[in-house]
Write a protein that binds this ligand. Structure first.
Ligand code: FEO
Length: 384
């Protein structure tokens, strides 16, 4: 696939993977992108997962024939991109690895080899001339690993963005970008909002026509929209008005109460209510919804004096990703000593700029007139 007259796609699709990064389901597989820049000097942008070394080297060979490669640019050392590095270095003995200093330390740690005699260490603003193309490097530490360096091709105005602007899903499956890009972002990158904001500031200064990420499609239209979404997401703003209700129920009574709240919110005109069963959903979808909307309700049964474990896991996912800037309502259930609301509140204590509703719903085993009244009061507050 030609991206520009000199830049070609040489990545692979993975439909064998059960869990990406050991935790994310990928029903439509995953793409490990790699690109080739054909010029007087030839550069390859990143390798691919070790399970696809042969296919990737064959893709390169199909484009290059017997031409040697001059540079392998390693933007990110996570194994989904660096897994075929050693095989490449054996297949292309003239090639020099171009990467940040930190990336070379990681190469030593991963592969026992940091290519002292075949390497070029680059940092922010360094340039690499290939002939017609000049590449300049953009340091992007902690987006989302410390060694990450991105690359801007000044000639074709192409921004190679490492994991940024990536998504779940292989490239031979058609699907909307935002849905799986959002789940990817909030799962994998969202802890590092400050660093993504810093990257976006640098990107603003570049004249970008095409974004080539390491996952997901090459982006060449509506770039403003993708940049805007990344700005909202990394700024911890709400993308849409709406309410996520995340529920951890044991026998279904807490879920009934959560469903009643959802109905009451819709009655009051809330257009987007996402009711989530934390025991049965994809946790990454639940996390995505919590960040996507401006309001969140947590509904949990009390369990061993704590919250039901699925709720604890969910809140841990939120806090480790710096959840902030939202309105939050709490609903608890408990047959003899309801304690879930207190635990949930304590778990969220250190988060920035959370506003809790005045109403906390307390259910004692099953819905009652009292708890129904509290649910209506909470719905009123959330829709104020
Ligand atoms: Fe796609 Fe962070 O590896």
């Amino acid at each position: 696939m030609h991206i520009t007259s000199d830049i070609r796609y040489v990545g692979v699709n993975d439909h064998k993977l059960d869990l990406f990064e050991g935790q994310y389901i990928v029903p439509n597989g995953m793409a490990y992108n790699s690109y080739l820049i054909m010029d007087e000097k030839i550069a390859v942008m990143d390798s691919v997962d070790a399970g696809f070394t042969g296919e990737w080297l064959a893709n390169l060979r199909a484009e290059l024939g017997e031409r040697p490669v001059d540079y392998l640019i390693v933007q990110h050392m996570e194994p989904d991109h660096s897994g075929s590095l050693s095989a490449f270095m054996a297949a292309y003995p003239q090639a020099v690895v171009v990467a940040s200093a930190k990336a070379f330390s990681m190469m030593k740690a991963f592969f026992g080899e940091e290519y002292e005699d075949r390497r070029r260490i680059v940092k922010e603003s360094d340039k690499l001339a290939l002939g017609r193309h000049t590449l300049s490097f953009v340091a992007a530490p902690m987006v989302h690993w410390p060694e990450v360096i991105m690359t801007y091709d000044e000639t074709d105005k192409v921004f190679f963005s490492a994991d940024a602007f990536g998504k779940f899903g292989a490239l031979d499956v058609e699907e909307e970008w935002a849905c799986e890009a959002r789940r990817y972002y909030f799962g994998i990158v969202s802890k590092y909002g400050t660093q993504v904001q810093a990257l976006l500031k640098k990107a603003q200064k570049l004249d970008i026509s095409i974004i080539c990420p390491l996952h997901g499609p090459v982006l060449s239209e509506n770039l403003g929209e993708y940049l805007h979404l990344y700005d909202v997401w990394s700024g911890y703003g709400a993308e849409s008005e709406g309410i996520a209700i995340a529920c951890a129920s044991i026998y279904g009574h807490t879920m009934k109460a959560a469903a009643l709240l959802a109905d009451e919110l819709k009655k009051r005109g809330c257009k987007k209510v996402s009711l989530i069963d934390l025991a049965r959903c994809d946790m990454a979808e639940a996390v995505e919804d919590a960040f996507r909307y401006d309001r969140l309700v947590l509904a949990s049964a009390t369990y061993n004096g704590d919250v039901f474990p699925f709720m604890r896991t969910f809140i841990d996912h939120l806090t480790e990703r710096n959840y902030q800037n939202r309105t939050v309502g709490l609903m608890e259930n408990g047959s003899w000593a309801p304690n879930a609301a207190k635990v949930m509140r304590t778990m969220l204590d250190k988060q920035k700029n959370l506003t809790f509703t005045e109403t906390t719903v307390k259910i004692t085993s099953a819905l009652s007139d009292d708890s129904r009244t509290q649910i209506c009061a909470m719905a009123d507050e959330l829709m104020k």
